[in-house]
Structure formats: C-alpha cells, structure tokens
Design a protein around this ligand. Structure first.
Ligand code: HEM
Length: 537
C-alpha cells in the first residue's frame, strides 16, 4: 500500500492513459478505496446483469447524478477571477471602513461579471445588462459591492423584481427566448412600467453589448452611506472605471460573435489574465451630504436615477487588479455567494426600497442554491479575517464553535473560543429617524420617469443615438403583439420625438400613437453629461 499515491494533486503523472495495473497514483473511490477497474461494471456472468453490489459503479453514478445545483435565478451566466484592491490615499474623514485606512494596502477580492437574463449556457454577447459583483475580503469581514454596468435600474421597489425577471426570462409556455430582450413579455412589462424607461434607454445603448468584460464600467447603483469613526455620515455612490477604457461592439458583430464563440467574454478574461495583461478598474465615489440630497432634482433613494458626475465629481479612492484566474470554475465562480447585506463597519444602507429588498433576497436564494446555511464555509465565500460566533451544525458544517460555549450569555472565560459582542468596534447601523404610518406607498418624489431618460439620450453622440434607434427597431420588430410596440413608442415620444419617429417608421407603424401619460412633466433643461457617452470617454 505504500506505493498508493492519491490526493497529492499531481494528476496522472504522464502515465499512459487508462492503462490499468500501475502501482502509482492509483484511482480511488470518494471513500479512498483503491479502484481496480473504472471502465467495466461488476456483472453476474460475462453478459449478465449488473450487480447491486458494485459499490464503485453506484458511487460513480450517484455522484454524477448530483453534479448540478440550481443555477442563479438571475445572473446565471457569469465569469469570475481573483485579484486585489489597492487603496490610494486613506479616507478616514469619509469612512472608518478598514480597507480604506492605509495607503497602498492590498485587500484580496473575487469579482464575477455576468449577464442578467440568460440561462447558464447562454451566449456572452447578449444585449443585456452586465452584473459587476466584487467581494472584498477585508480585515473586518467581507464587503460585497454587488453592482451592474449600468448606473440605474429598471424598477424602484423590490416588490416588482420577480415580475421584471419573469418578463425578461424565457416565456413560460414556450421556454424561449432565453437570452435576448426581444420578446413580447419583456416589452409588455417595460411599456406598462414607465419607471423603467430611463434604464431601457441604457439597455438599448452600446453599453449593453460590451466588447469584453474588461472594457466596461461598474456601478453600485443605490445610494449607500459612508460613516467615519466619529459617526459622521455622508451619502455615497460607487463607480468602477476601467483603466482599459470603455469599448462596445455593434449589434452585427455581437450576433456573429455569439454564433462563432458564445464564450467570447469569458475566454477573453481568461486569456488576458493568463497572458499577464491584468485588467484594472479604479473605484470612484460620489460623496454628498443631506443638504445636497434634499436639493437634488431627484430622490437619491430612487434607483432609476443617477447623479451626474458634473454635479458630484467622482473621486478615485483605489484600484482593483484581477491577476489570477480560478482553479476550479464550479468551486469558485459558481459557488461564490454575493449579497448586498454583506457589509462592514464604515458603510451602511439607505432606505432605497430596491436595496432593502435585495438585502433579503440574496441570502434567501443562496440557502437553496448552495444547499444549506453553511456556504460561508466554502473557501471563496469564507472571510479571510477571524470569525468567532456561536452558529453551529446544519448541512455541510465544516466548523463548529470550539470548546464548551455555544450560547450567550455564558459565564465561561472569555477568549478565542468564547467571544463577546463589542459596542466600540462592532458594526453599528447609522441612526436614521423613522416615522409615519404603516402603508404600501410609492413616494411622489419617485414620480419623474422621463427627465433623466431625456438627459441620457441627449448626452449620446449622434452615432450612439443611431445605434439606440436601431436597437429599438430590431428588438421591437420581434414583438408580435402590435399594441406593445405602440406603447413603447408612446413612451419614446416623451423622451425624443425624432427617436420616436425613427422607431415608428422602422417598425412600419401605421400612425403615431399619442405620447404616454406622464405623472410629472418631463424636464428638458437638464445639462448634457459627457460621462454618459462611451464615445466621449
Ligand atoms: C444576482 C435578486 C436587483 C446585481 C441576484 C440573485 C438574486 C438577485 C436572487 C441571485 C443570487 C445568487 O443566486 O447568488 C435581486 C433583487 C433585486 C436585484 C430582488 C431588486 C429588488 C439588482 C440590482 C443590481 C443587481 C439593482 C445591481 C446594482 C446583481 C448581480 C448578481 C445578482 C451582479 C450576480 C451576482 C453574482 O455574480 O453571483 N440578484 N437583484 N441586482 N444581482 Fe440582483
């Protein structure tokens, strides 16, 4: 038995493949039992039935049968890599978050980029929003910045998320289309949800077909809070700026690439990192106070709105470098569990009703997707700082509290295995006055659905505007139910008359519909913003 070598990670050591009988690196079952023949099942007689007793066959099939786990309910198609975040100048005046306190400090991280609507095997170049999720393994716990490559979102309240996603995924009766925006249900939902018009302008822009994952921006979308050691708070929006610049393909190229290589984006990231061409993004923050928020044209709790960089400049506070591909796609990219509620001292949530819902949803879905409550024991999800708590047991528990104490209060000596909560250094939610009656309500301050869509459209170059018009025509031409096409054009009339006319003509609409009713008159006086155009960047 001394010659058995297994578990040393060296693989087959160059032996002739499938040649049995070697005394080196002998294959074993998952229980460690050496295997004599991995290609023929145990039979009763040479042509006889397979025997139940064949523990090697049964284990092999059992494990294979259970290889799949549920794919993510959204963002199923994605690709990840390891890297680090390097802090520029410390920003203790803004936040006490540990990772921003020391110049040049490197914080390890894992990033995953994704499409939203397509299933796990869908093509990379779908016209879709891209997820941009980063897990920072800080010394005070994991901070997940779970963002997108578009700074606003389709809806304002988490209550609408299942409807949005149901409409965007394949239609339930026919099971297609699975990765494109081009279908009746999606456009039906959009045309009946005026709050989504701003985001749909972005989704029809070049941003939705990035050339590669390395050439896109990222945004935290919601307004968060920074808190410093004295408890002073500021509002903050997070931005990722690619040092490679921003690039997109045109739709024709996207279609060809999808056909020729549906893995184009993941291959590009893998190849770039393996070639030592590490992609980098700078993390920027827009920081503003309550006075700014109170005087801003829109509600900063409304995720369908952005704050123009001309109004609040983006301050770069560090950079992310992706320098290591995964060793094991499933263990790392598939099993990574991002969650907006993974937060650290120095950062806090706001009452954005979309963010509040997300804080519940990620943990909930991961309980099912990853098979129980212990997914923080999977290395890619485990913090790289000490963890001390009294949680125990459950499916796949790898570590339990050590020693005797597994409850509080207890009178056993405090120590490594018997921790206590700490009022001075523990996470504290910022104090936010809460008042009013319990009610289901959408604030009037969320009612302006067109003004920023207008601003976005006007900020695009004429080439980009033409691409958007083409995108609307292409996508809506796949919509079979004509009233849906008309409803979308009626919204576009509130954004730009020429655009609406171009789309209506492209679709061959017999007559122009009336503009959609607007809860608030759209503003046309908002400044053009260079930051909103790819070509001007
Ligand atoms: C993934 C829910 C809005 C970005 C997911 C997942 C759920 C979810 C359930 C799958 C997570 C998993 O299986 O691990 C929601 C809900 C939302 C919402 C309920 C609104 C109420 C957003 C917004 C953004 C976003 C606004 C961007 C700012 C992402 C990303 C992922 C994701 C990037 C993929 C994470 C990964 O790579 O594993 N979301 N989401 N989501 N969501 Fe959301």
């Amino acid at each position: 038995t001394e010659s058995f070598k297994y578990g040393d990670g060296k693989g087959h050591g160059g032996e002739l493949h499938q040649k049995p009988g070697s005394d080196k690196e002998v294959m074993t079952t998952a229980q460690g039992c050496p295997v004599s023949d991995d290609q023929n099942s145990l039979k009763g007689g040479k042509r006889g039935p397979t025997l139940m007793e064949d523990h090697v066959l049964r284990e092999k099939l059992f494990h294979f049968d259970h290889e799949r786990i549920p794919e993510r309910v959204v963002h199923a198609r994605g690709y990840g890599a390891h890297g680090y975040f390097e802090t520029y100048d410390p920003i203790p005046e803004l936040t006490c978050a540990d990772m921003f306190q020391r110049k040049g400090e490197k914080t390890p991280l894992f990033a995953r980029f994704s499409t939203v609507a397509g299933n796990k095997g869908s093509p990379d170049l779908a016209r879709d929003v891209r997820g941009f999720a980063v897990k920072f393994y800080t010394q005070e716990g994991n901070w997940d910045l779970v963002g997108n490559n578009i700074p606003v979102f389709f809806i304002q309240d988490a209550m609408k998320f299942p409807d949005l996603i149901h409409s965007a995924k394949q239609e339930p009766d026919r099971g297609f289309p699975q990765a494109q925006t081009a279908h009746d249900n999606f456009w039906d939902f959009i045309s009946l949800s005026p709050e989504s018009i701003h985001m749909i302008m972005w989704a029809m822009s070049d941003r939705a077909i990035p050339r590669s994952l390395r050439f896109m921006e990222g945004f935290g979308v919601h307004t968060f809070k920074f808190v410093n050691a004295s408890g002073e708070e500021k509002f903050v929006k997070f931005h990722w700026k690619p040092k490679q610049g921003m690039q997109s393909v045109v739709w024709n190229e996207a279609l060809k690439i999808n056909g020729a290589d549906p893995d184009f984006h993941r291959r590009d990231l893998w190849d770039a990192i393996n070639a030592g061409d590490y992609p980098e993004w700078e993390l920027g923050v827009q920081v503003f106070d309550r006075e700014f928020a109170d005087n801003f044209e829109f509600d900063v709790l409304d995720s369908t709105k952005l704050i123009p960089e001309e109004q609040v400049p983006v301050q770069k506070i560090g950079k992310m470098v992706l320098d290591r591909v995964v060793d094991n796609f499933f263990a790392e990219t598939e099993q990574v569990a991002f969650c907006t509620q993974n937060i650290v001292p120095g950062i806090d949530f706001t009452e954005d009703p979309l963010l509040q819902g997300r804080n519940f949803s990620y943990l909930d879905t991961q309980l099912k997707r990853l098979g129980g409550p212990n997914f923080t024991h999977i290395p890619v999800n485990a913090p790289k700082c000490p963890m001390r708590h009294f949680q125990q047991d459950g499916h796949m528990a790898m570590h339990n509290p050590k020693g005797r104490a597994n409850y509080e209060p207890n009178s056993w000596p405090r120590g490594e295995d018997n921790p206590r909560a700490c009022p001075e250094h523990g996470y504290k939610s910022t104090e936010e006055p809460v008042s009013g009656s319990k009610l289901r309500y959408r604030s009037e301050t969320f009612a302006d659905h067109y003004s920023q869509a207008i601003q976005f459209y006007q900020s695009q170059t004429s080439v980009e505007q033409q691409h958007m018009q083409n995108a609307f025509v292409f996508e809506l031409s796949k919509v079979e139910h004509k009233p849906i096409r008309e409803r979308v054009v009626s919204h576009l009339l509130n954004v730009d008359k020429q655009l609406a006319k171009g789309v209506a003509e492209g679709l061959g609409l017999p007559e122009m519909p009336a503009p959609a009713e607007a809860a608030m008159s759209p503003r046309t006086d908002l400044p053009v913003s260079d930051a909103l155009s790819i070509l001007k960047n």
